[in-house]
Ligand binder design. Structure first.
Ligand code: DSN
Length: 410
């Protein structure tokens, strides 16, 4: 029986979400739209199978085809990123990061990472995350202009002597010098780890310097710029393979989600195609256009611009808070997220900024012309953030333009 017939209530919720996706502009920097093929693999019968263990070393019978699926995902990921070893089983980004910490750093020992308020991640040792409770994190930040200061990071590493140094960020709009991070780690006898979740697609297509092969461990989610299923993986040097694999299973996880692993294999193949490289090129062009146009409207961008798919807008001079801007834009059919800016005097619940990204709108085929239109709407919505009528008018225009840009998979 079809979902529609068997469970109309749930079916309707999905249809509503489809409509929301089609009628709105998705500018959340970590979101994207997967292909039909990725969706198909995720919805396949592979979800039925238990496959605890690793390919050709399982705790259950009947895994000959599951092994083929996982082998394909591993081989493709290795090729795509030039990795020595890949574990495709982590369920998501945070569990992947925890698995690395478990594998390489005894509980209670020191790890260094970027603070959340400056563009890090909860799983990089924030106190409300288990990571911040299980290990002793020391945090670096960006300078007053919003840039990483490698001399300062080196000074802190020498003083604190962590066992692991984490690079990779969720709200840093500039190129990251992964080589420098690795060198600092080696200087103090630490492992180097890069969490490339946000920029994985940019790295895979050679449009941002890669942390591989020199970084000891690289984690990534697979659903952001990489445009795959909501999941993650860990890449590492051969000599760390056993530790990492053991930390994932049996250390932290049980049965792998082979339907999602299949979808990752599909995504890795897609990411090797010339069309994907062109897609990422456009993501970057769109981000540059959006950033420049916002600046023309008097918006201040942390670090003064962007080199990647995202930008951080400091709304202080606009006399609007991040929460007010997010709410107003929502009403106008434009989805962004409120975000702390470095040295933010406000709270995470109502910070001074918003984060904007172009991966999702670019997957719909939008280009520079649409980015200009989008900045016009963003400016208008923020200038009139209390005016329901203006926001409703913008929403109407947004819906009209969106009709010409189908959402993949809907
Ligand atoms: N939620 C992701 C982001 O938006 O960057 C990180 O987990």
């Amino acid at each position: 029986m079809s979902l529609k017939d068997q469970d109309p209530e749930l079916y309707q919720a999905i249809e509503n979400e489809k409509k929301r996706a089609k009628q709105g502009l998705e500018l959340i920097a970590s979101e994207n739209y997967t292909s039909q093929a990725v969706l198909e693999a995720m919805g396949s019968i592979l979800t039925n199978k238990y496959a605890e263990g690793y390919p050709h070393r399982r705790y259950y019978g009947g895994n000959e085809f599951i092994d083929q699926v996982e082998d394909l995902a591993i081989e493709r990921a290795k090729k795509l990123f030039g990795a020595e070893h890949v574990n495709v089983q982590p369920y998501s980004g945070t569990p992947a990061n925890i698995a690395v910490y478990v594998a390489l750093v005894p509980l209670g020992e020191k790890i260094m990472a970027m603070k959340l308020a400056h563009g890090g991640h909860l799983s990089h040792g924030h106190k409300v995350s288990f990571t911040g409770q299980g290990w002793k994190f020391v945090h670096y930040g960006v300078n007053k202009e919003g840039w990483l200061d490698y001399d300062e990071i080196e000074r802190l590493a020498k003083k604190e002597k962590p066992k692991l140094i984490v690079s990779g960020f969720t709200a840093y709009p500039r190129v990251v010098d992964f080589k420098k991070f690795h060198e600092i780690a080696k200087e103090v006898g630490a492992y180097s780890m890069a969490d490339i979740a946000h920029i994985a697609g940019i790295i895979a297509t050679g449009q941002h310097p890669s942390p591989l092969p020199f970084t000891d461990v690289v984690t990534t989610t697979t659903h952001k710029t990489l445009r795959g299923p909501r999941s993650a993986m860990i890449m590492c040097k051969k000599e760390l393979a056993e530790k990492i694999d053991r930390a994932v299973f049996p250390g932290l996880q049980g049965g792998p989600h082979e339907h999602i692993i299949a979808a990752k294999a599909v995504c890795f193949k897609e990411a090797m195609q010339p069309e994907f490289k062109d897609y990422i090129k456009q993501v970057l062009k769109n981000a540059k256009t959006l950033a420049l146009r916002l600046q023309n409207y008097g918006f201040e961008l942390v670090s003064g611009g962007t080199d990647n798919h995202l930008m951080l807008v400091d709304l202080t001079n606009k006399k609007v808070t991040g929460k007010e801007a997010e709410t107003a834009l929502d009403k106008a059919g434009i989805t962004v997220n409120k975000n702390m800016i470095p040295y933010d005097p406000r709270s995470p619940f109502d910070p001074s900024g918003i984060r904007i990204g172009t991966p999702a709108v670019t997957s719909r085929g939008m280009k520079e012309k649409e980015m200009e239109k989008i900045t016009f709407w963003i400016n208008k919505a923020i200038e009139n953030y209390k005016d329901k009528k203006v926001l409703a008018e913008i929403k109407k225009e947004v819906i009209e333009v969106c009709q010409a840009f189908p959402v993949p998979g809907t």
